[in-house]
Design a protein around this ligand. Structure first.
Ligand code: NOJ
Ligand code: CA
Length: 712
């Protein structure tokens, strides 16, 4: 199954050998990537502060960038000398359970540098250099002087080489559901101003300067621009990392999410932090193709993964966003106390879509069109308290509303071959969720559910915590591990942004953790948004973006007016390729799909797991074109999206030589435009082979989707 190719040849070892830099006192160490194009230097300065530099094809990527950690019990930031180092090389090809590729190669050179100070305090920094970037982490070995560390911060820096263009969202301890800003490093202060007013509570208590979030994308001002993604990998037992921006020196420095006491993490030695990652290339498609973050995560902890099944689903969901009178709650009365209300005494509001008859309609639709699952939101008791910041926030995850006949629906769904998908909105009462977790998961299994969408809207309970603090990182890990025990797949919303943990926990199919498609009903997502997410947020793992919007004229949430979603229908189809996920929603209402059955055919056909992926052309926030091969057939699919109108050119060189394929092209009509004519599309069929070149005309804010099947 798993191919392991270990190489430790003399020649290779010599190539990556840690070498002393020039100068009598210098202790500097050097490491190069397997292809020799990335060069890392590590050293200590006059104060004994560790630092690194990074070059790509001879161009500096990171200038002298400091390293270190400090806490209440010890400071590990200066006075260090290098006492030793170890190098190794690693080459392994592994098979993810699902994803963009059937096989992923992890080929890197490693350098571990041991630092010690005069007090005998020890710190190791482990660096891994891949052809597409760098990962490094701190390791605090067991040592005499430090047993525990109440961590106050990291000194980790990313010292950029100039006033480059960045694509960023504002720093926040609780949410990442923002639009991106594109602008120079020097202008971050100005750029962040426009988020005032959309601040959450946590932005007001943020204790850094010009704080932004990862994953972050940088396009350098070099003659041949470099594209750099900064993020982290394997975020476990530690808070998420934000970045403070020094707009004068163009230095980004780590800003860890604190708890209420200002403590960032409670560590017991020995301890290893998450990896800090820098993906770099002069070719933007290589940033999209990079698997560096997954490679830095541990292999799957789940041995038998046969129960993990990628899927498509529809949901009793969008009608709560767009049908303004619809609600998740069964009644408009507030409950006296959680768990003590007799629902038969409450007056039903008659606007509750999670009722037996409506859910049955969705099951029928899914069965008719071969959609695997039906998500039902608002099925359970507790929504009367919805509002996020109310005192009594408690949902009951084992108590359906009186109008949701679960035994009947369970049997009906089974008979129709459709899976019901569970919904656990916790309203951010993570504490209460932990108390109910075993009962909730057992209840799911008893009723035939294998997948759950979780949610954490509002301020976290316990109240001293943030969505991305160490406590919540631990909470979510607990939920995912517990879910695996019950053989349950998870799609989490409002959880800490993903860092490649899907490799370790492949039952964690997707996360939201960014501004999703639902915002088309809350102000809109400009076309650039889905052209920057794959360069940023998606590097951590798949997103439950909820594509598939066919009715683009939308009621705007809470305002009673309509707005135009910034998309064409053809673009919505392309999103199934450009926003890959093993769990993909067809987000629109069944009646809207029934109006456009020929376009809906693409959503029915498109797979959710891939054997291979080829990024053809891309530019951050502008356009992306990708081709992917179905994991389970000979079919290929192409997705292209754009910001401004353009023509995508796709040489079909990936097709097997000498074999004819039929291309079914779903494209914007010649007069399509997201604003004035979003629903105009054309579907045509052409015969192609590996020598063909497809030219796809994309409207402003538009896209194209193609299915390629071997000709009979
Ligand atoms: C926010 C989620 O992102 C959305 O998908 C969900 O419907 C609501 N919370 C209610 O749980
Ligand atoms: Ca959300």
């Amino acid at each position: 199954m798993m191919k392991r190719i270990w190489m430790m040849k003399a020649a290779t070892a010599a190539m990556l050998m840690a070498t002393a830099a020039t100068g009598a006192q210098a202790q500097g160490l050097t490491l190069s990537s397997p292809d020799g194009q990335l060069i890392l230097n590590v050293d200590v300065d006059e104060a004994g502060t560790p630092f690194y530099t990074l070059d790509y094809k001879g161009t500096p990527v990171m200038e002298k960038s400091r390293l270190g950690l400090y806490g209440q019990e010890a400071s590990l930031t200066e006075g260090f000398t290098i006492t030793g180092s170890q190098t190794s090389t690693f080459d392994e090809t592994w098979e993810p359970v699902w994803g963009e590729f059937a096989e992923i190669r992890d080929h890197h050179n490693e350098l571990a540098v041991n630092f010690a100070d005069a007090k005998g305090q020890l710190m190791t920094v482990r660096f891994r250099l891949f052809d597409d970037g760098l990962g490094f982490r701190y390791e605090l070995p067991a040592q005499d002087n430090i047993n525990y560390l109440a961590l106050l911060g990291e000194n980790t820096e990313f010292n950029l080489t100039g006033d480059h263009t960045m694509f960023y969202i504002p720093g926040d301890y609780d949410t990442d559901e923002f639009l991106f800003t594109e602008g120079p490093v020097s202008g971050v202060g100005e750029g962040l101003k426009k988020y005032q007013g959309v601040h959450t509570e946590s932005q007001r208590v943020l204790d850094g300067e010009n704080t932004i979030q990862t994953p972050l994308l940088i396009k350098t001002a070099d003659k041949t621009p470099l594209y750099i993604n900064i993020h982290e990998a394997a975020l476990l037992n530690y808070p998420a990392m934000l970045l403070d921006t020094d707009t004068a020196t163009h230095t980004l420095s780590s800003h860890l999410v604190p708890d209420k006491l200002g403590i960032r993490a409670y560590l017991q030695l020995p301890f290893a932090t998450p990896w800090r990652t820098v993906i770099v290339s002069d070719d933007p498609t290589e940033i999209l193709a990079s698997q560096l973050i997954l490679n830095l995560n541990e292999p799957s902890k789940i041995e038998d993964t046969s129960w993990i099944k990628p899927m498509k689903f529809i949901g009793v969901w969008w009608e709560m966003f767009t049908g303004r009178q619809k609600t998740w709650a069964y009644s408009d009365d507030f409950r006296a106390r959680p768990g003590e209300t007799d629902y038969s005494q409450l007056k039903p509001n008659g606007r509750h879509p999670a009722n037996t008859e409506n859910v049955k309609r969705y099951i029928d639709f899914a069965a008719e069109h071969g959609i695997d699952g039906v998500l039902v939101e608002g099925w359970n008791q507790g929504w009367e308290d919805w509002g996020g910041y109310r005192k009594n926030r408690s949902f009951l995850f084992t108590e359906p509303y009186p109008d949701f006949d679960l035994p009947y629906l369970r049997d009906y769904a089974k008979e129709k071959g459709v899976k019901l998908i569970m919904h656990h909105e916790t309203a951010a009462n993570a504490m209460d969720y932990e108390r109910q977790l075993d009962d909730a998961f057992r209840f799911m299994k008893d009723n035939g559910y294998d997948a759950v969408k979780t949610g954490y809207v509002g301020a976290i309970i316990p109240r001293s915590e943030h969505h991305t603090s160490q406590w919540m990182v631990d909470h979510v890990q607990h939920v995912i591990e517990k879910a695996a025990e019950y053989q349950i797949m998870v799609d989490s919303h409002e959880a800490p942004r993903p860092t490649g943990l899907i490799r370790t926990y492949p039952n964690w199919l997707a996360q939201e953790s960014a501004r999703g498609g639902e915002f088309e009903s809350m102000g809109g997502n400009p076309p650039s948004h889905t052209a920057i997410l794959p360069f940023t947020r998606l590097k951590g793992g798949p997103m439950d973006y909820t594509p598939g919007l066919f009715e683009t004229r939308l009621a705007t949430y809470g305002e009673g007016k309509t707005d135009q979603a910034m998309t064409t229908i053809a673009r919505q189809l392309a999103l199934y390729l450009t926003m890959p996920s093993p769990i993909q929603m067809a987000a629109d209402l069944p009646q809207n799909y029934e109006r456009f059955p020929d376009a809906f055919q693409f959503i029915k056909d498109v797979p959710v797991e891939w054997r291979d992926s080829k990024y053809i052309e891309a530019e951050p926030a502008r356009y992306i074109t990708v081709a992917r091969q179905d994991k389970n057939s000979e079919d290929w699919y192409i997705g292209a999206i754009t910001d401004g109108a353009r023509q995508a050119t796709v040489p079909l060189t990936f097709l097997p030589k000498g074999r004819e394929y039929v291309a079914t092209i779903y494209a914007d009509a010649s007069d399509a435009d997201w604003e004035t004519n979003p629903q105009a599309y054309e579907i045509k069929t052409v015969k192609v082979n590996s020598k063909s070149k497809l030219k796809l005309n994309l409207a402003r804010g538009g896209g194209a989707a193609v299915r390629l099947t071997p000709a009979k």
